[in-house]
Design a protein around this ligand. Structure first.
Ligand code: HEC
Length: 149
């Protein structure tokens, strides 16, 4: 069959436009799909062990749930005195009436911990869900409210 060049050119062009149009629509649809994008970010955050310690802390055998998450995210400021700003601030706030180390407290309520971690307070920054996922925060809450004998 002898198809004129001009006709091939025109149909190739319209096919290209059609494909470009489909891609553009798909792209726009994906760009607006905020929930899957956020879900993916949260899933990635869960896979990573964030740590603000010099090296990531791994939970020793038989460590309570949340040990590693707490130490990786919180002890940079809430570790033992004297140089930790969180411990220092809480020592000044409570004047020895309760432990300055969060880990030693038995009065912490889950909702109080969540509110402080997601909003920050004074020197303490807020933790975004991309930095500390809800699953990691749940583990930290479990650790700080663990039953003690
Ligand atoms: C950059 C330092 C820093 C980091 C990191 C940090 N904190 Fe804090 N945190 C502070 C400081 C400072 C205070 C005291 C604020 C004040 O003066 O009331 C505080 C206070 C708190 C309090 C309030 C205690 C009370 O009785 O008033 C809680 C709960 C807390 N932090 C939990 C956490 C947890 C859980 C993490 C880890 C996810 C964490 N913090 C990480 C600095 C930090």
């Amino acid at each position: 069959m002898n198809i004129p060049r001009k006709a091939i050119g025109a149909s190739a062009l319209s096919a290209a436009l059609l494909i470009a149009g489909l891609l553009a629509t798909g792209f726009v649809a994906r760009a607006h799909a905020e929930t899957p994008v956020q879900a993916e970010a949260a899933a990635q955050a869960d896979e990573q062990t964030i740590h603000w310690t010099r090296a990531a802390v791994a939970a020793p055998a038989n460590a309570p749930r949340g040990f590693a998450e707490y130490h990786n995210a919180c002890t940079v400021c809430h570790g033992p005195m004297p140089e930790r700003p969180g411990t220092r601030a809480l020592a000044a706030k409570y004047q020895g009436t309760i432990p300055a180390l969060l880990e030693e407290r038995t009065d912490l309520q889950p909702e109080f911990i969540r509110m402080i971690v997601r909003n920050g307070i004074s020197l303490m920054p807020m933790f975004r869900k991309t930095e500390l996922s809800d699953a990691q925060l749940d583990a930290i809450v479990a650790y700080l409210t663990r039953p003690r004998s």
